[in-house]
Structure formats: structure tokens, C-alpha cells
Design a protein around this ligand. Structure first.
Ligand code: ADP
Ligand code: TRP
Length: 327
């Protein structure tokens, strides 16, 4: 039997390089491997666990679908769908919530982080976030999940739930592992923390043109350009990580040596890096435009994906309900 893969991204707007390198590139790699059956969704139910605007939620879901297709997710090879259109996810999430304690959820670093960000919005759904995510993954019996490193605590919960439900109810769910890419942690352009949608000035968008990329890189804080120790944090470290991801290890090594000898000219480094990033994004942007111009085709891809996902989901849900004594 083929091994299964599931991943998802919340619908909070267009994707950035962190999403692309940490999640989407892994999704593409597994889609290309005939040993895997791949399921990729937009996690709109997870989107509403933090403050959001209901008027633009559907638009944002569409943006993620368009970015998926533009990046190369292929409906011939992957099931592409929208989480809320497969109601089995919520039902399985509820069943799983009977297996997890409140204390375990409250202690997760990802939960604590969100409480800090939105202290006025500590809802039941937020607490239950990892349980619903476990339902997303286990629904398709996925053993691999391409996501960035920040999602590891959530995968741990999915493994705990799998192990509990297997031992308690005699089922055989796999314990899912994260599928890591070389860009599993893309640092912020500000030099502090990770590249993220919510932090202004931290990211480069998949839809940014060359001028925008140049402008953003120009703002990355740097230093004098030379010294004994190549910085391992801050703006310079971010630039070197991006050089490695877009121009290769050798190029990074060259810059490291340069730092310790004649010095780096950041203007040149930034110009070259902007070009390299744009070269990778250009075909994605061209494909996005093609899909934007064929809305009916995109509707059809989503409808077919939703239907396939619902069929698979129902099988697992029935199995679990039976094992738990409900049917
Ligand atoms: P954001 O933090 O920008 O809101 P999400 O939380 O929606 O991004 O993350 C969507 C996916 O992209 C997840 O798999 C996450 O691990 C990955 N991801 C987000 N930011 C980064 C980053 N800076 N580096 C690597 N992966 C990332
Ligand atoms: N929590 C993920 C994020 O913030 C989104 C997500 C929801 C997800 N369900 C998932 C990722 C299932 C992988 C598998 O990016």
C-alpha cells in the first residue's frame, strides 16, 4: 500500500518564502514521489481560531489554493481540498478530544505563544487546535507531514493521539513524522525570530516582483561586513541562510570566507540574492496568473478534491466510530 501524506496551511493571506521553503517545497517533493499518496488542504477551520475577518476568509482560502497551484501542486497527483468542506474533520476532532487532557494542551509552547499574541481570544477552539490538526492528519492515515519546524509540538500530539487510540480501541493509525526540508526554519528579514505573515517587514511574498524583493532586502540590517566570527544571528545570518537556500552551500562558504578576510559588500550580496530569489519565483508568478484567469477550472479542481477527500475521510470516521462503540 502507498504511504499517505497530508499537509495544510492556514488561510491568512498569500504565502511567503517561509511557507514555501518550509512547507510547500516538501509538499512538492512528496507529490513527485510515486510511493506516496498526497493530500493537501487549506486549513480554514484553523484560521478562525485567531481573530479574522469573515468577509475576506473565502478570498484568503482562494489565495492559498492559487499559491498551491502556482507553486506546482498538481490535482492529477494530489488531492487538493478545503478543510471545512470535509465535515468529517470536525467530527473526528471531537472524538479525538476525548483522548486528550486540558493540561496537556495548556502546556504546549504553540498554545502559550497564541495566548500571548491574543490574550482576549483564548477560546476552546484555540485550545483544541492541535487535536483538530491530529484529526486532519490521521483522517488520511498519513505517516508524513511536510511542515516547518515550528509545527513539531503539534505532530507530537498527533503521535500521542494515534498511540492512545490504537492501544485503547485496537486501531492501527501510523504515528506521523514531520517531513523536513532544508528551509524548515527561514529566519525573519528583521533579523529576529522567524519569517512570518503576521510580522510586518519580516517576509518576502511569493508574489513579490524583483523591485519589491530588492527593497525588502535593502532593509535587512547588516554590520561592517568583516570580522573573526561570522554572525549566527541577526540580519547577516538571515542573509547567509537565504543565500544558502537560493544560491547554494558553496556560495555561502565563499561569503563566510570573505567575511573573515577582505569583507563582504552587502550591496552586491543583496543584489545577487534578489536576482536568485526572483528567478525561482518568476515561473510561480506566471503560473499563478494562468490560474487566476481560469476561475472555473480552479473551482472544478477544488470541488473534485473536496469530493475525493470526503470519500476517504468517511472511511476512517466510520472505522473510529465503530471502534469507539458509537455505531
Ligand atoms: P505564518 O507563521 O507566517 O502565519 P503559518 O503558521 O501559516 O505561517 O505556517 C504555514 C506553514 O509554513 C507551516 O508548515 C509552517 O511550519 C511553515 N512556515 C511558516 N513560517 C515558516 C518559516 N519562517 N520557516 C519555515 N517554515 C515556515
Ligand atoms: N497548524 C498548521 C500551520 O499553522 C496548519 C495545519 C492545520 C496543518 N492542519 C494541519 C499542517 C495538518 C499540517 C497538517 O501551519
Amino acid at each position: 500500500m502507498n504511504r499517505r501524506v497530508l499537509s495544510g496551511i492556514r488561510a491568512t493571506g498569500r504565502l511567503h518564502l517561509g511557507n514555501y521553503l518550509g512547507a510547500v517545497k516538501g509538499m512538492l517533493a512528496l507529490q513527485a514521489d510515486p510511493n506516496y499518496e498526497t493530500f493537501y488542504m487549506v486549513a480554514d477551520l484553523h484560521t478562525i481560531t485567531t481573530p479574522y475577518d469573515p468577509k475576506i476568509l473565502k478570498e484568503n482560502v482562494r489565495e492559498v489554493i492559487l499559491d498551491y497551484l502556482a507553486a506546482g501542486l498538481d490535482p492529477q497527483k494530489s488531492v487538493i481540498f478545503i478543510q471545512s468542506q470535509v465535515p468529517q474533520h470536525t467530527e473526528l476532532g471531537y472524538l479525538f478530544s476525548t483522548l486528550v487532557t486540558v493540561a496537556r494542551m495548556q502546556h504546549l509552547p504553540t498554545f502559550k505563544e497564541k495566548v500571548k499574541q491574543h490574550p482576549e481570544n483564548v477560546t476552546m477552539a484555540l485550545l483544541n487546535y492541535p487535536v483538530l490538526m491530529a484529526a486532519d492528519i490521521l483522517m488520511y492515515k498519513a505517516s508524513l507531514v511536510p511542515v516547518g519546524i515550528d509545527q513539531e509540538p503539534h505532530l507530537e500530539i498527533a503521535r500521542e493521539i494515534a498511540s492512545k487510540i490504537n492501544s485503547r480501541f485496537g486501531l492501527a493509525f501510523p504515528e506521523p513524522q514531520r517531513f523536513a526540508t532544508s528551509g524548515e526554519y527561514v529566519p525573519s528579514l528583521t533579523g529576529e525570530g522567524k519569517m512570518s505573515k503576521s510580522v510586518e517587514g519580516s517576509n518576502i511574498g511569493l508574489s513579490d516582483d524583483l523591485a519589491a524583493i530588492r527593497e525588502k532586502l535593502a532593509k535587512v540590517p547588516t554590520d561592517s561586513g568583516s570580522g573573526n566570527q561570522v554572525p549566527t544571528e541577526g540580519g547577516v545570518a538571515t542573509l547567509l541562510t537565504l543565500v544558502e537556500l537560493f544560491e547554494g552551500k558553496e556560495k555561502t562558504e565563499q561569503y563566510r570566507k570573505q567575511y573573515q578576510t577582505e569583507g563582504i559588500k552587502y550591496q552586491d550580496l543583496k543584489n545577487e540574492l534578489a536576482e536568485a530569489i526572483y528567478q525561482e519565483l518568476k515561473p510561480i508568478q506566471e503560473r499563478r496568473l494562468e490560474f487566476e484567469n481560469k476561475p472555473e477550472m480552479v473551482d472544478k479542481i477544488i470541488e473534485e478534491g473536496n469530493e475525493k477527500a470526503r470519500q476517504e475521510a468517511q472511511k476512517t470516521l466510520s472505522e473510529v466510530k465503530q471502534a469507539m462503540g458509537l455505531i
